[in-house]
Design a binder for this molecule. Structure first.
Ligand code: MG
Length: 220
């Protein structure tokens, strides 16, 4: 069973589906050579992609270019269909931080051929996540910051408020197409500054002042 831990209370909650937003920060869209999207770009990872962030990141042998992408991760409650953006916040169950690990070489080939990103994005271990913190009491604000540090160098740092599609708009959009169930995760997109991970890297992944994890990269 693939699950997350939610504090306070150290509750274990199973995850069925992992939804992900692509190109949700203008700076990242541009560094990938595309314009910021007019509609949310959605893809998925299987639940088997989830790992506890504290365990080592294992670089798979099928790629020579695994990139880090720090992202705010939202876990939802059961969400009814066709939720309005203005009603969507109440379905947020908890917040965490994670990495949308991406086999950039495989993704580039898929993009060129017009093929899906599934192998590049959904492989085992491609979604390391922190513990989650129950939503409420204005835990998250527009100024809440994501920060990814490798070997003590800051590589990615931006605020939640710079997302193109804010969390309620994402939930509303997804609810038009999918039945979101309690525990499902939404990776909300990465700011600019993505890059490759190397064997031996020490990675710190922070939702600043809220939750974080620190881990090491190993070649499989
Ligand atoms: Mg991403």
């Amino acid at each position: 069973m693939y699950s997350i831990s939610v504090d306070p209370g150290n509750q274990t909650i199973p995850v069925n589906t992992v939804y992900c937003l692509g190109r949700n920060y203008a700076g990242h869209a541009r560094e990938m050579g595309v314009e910021p999207p007019a509609e949310p770009v959605v893809f998925m990872k299987p639940a088997t992609a989830i790992r506890n962030g504290d365990s080592p990141i294992l670089l798979p042998s099928f790629s020579n270019d695994i990139h880090y992408e720090i992202e705010l991760v939202v876990s939802v409650n059961d969400v009814p269909g066709n939720v309005l953006t203005e009603d969507a916040s109440k379905y947020i169950m908890a917040y965490g931080v994670g990495l949308d690990l991406t086999a950039r070489d495989i993704q580039s080939t898929a993009k060129k051929k017009g093929l899906p990103w599934t192998l590049a994005k959904g492989f085992d271990g491609s979604a390391p996540v922190s513990r989650f913190i129950k939503a409420g009491n204005n835990l998250i604000t527009m100024n809440t910051m994501l920060r990814l540090t490798i070997n003590n160098h800051i590589k990615q740092q931006d605020i939640i408020g710079n997302m193109i599609f804010p969390i309620p708009a994402i939930i509303s959009h997804l609810s038009k197409y999918f039945t979101l169930r309690r525990g499902d995760l939404i990776f909300t997109g990465t700011p600019e500054g993505v890059g490759p991970l190397q064997h031996g890297d020490e990675v710190t992944v922070e939702l600043v002042d809220i939750v974080s994890f620190r881990t090491k990269v190993q070649k499989l």
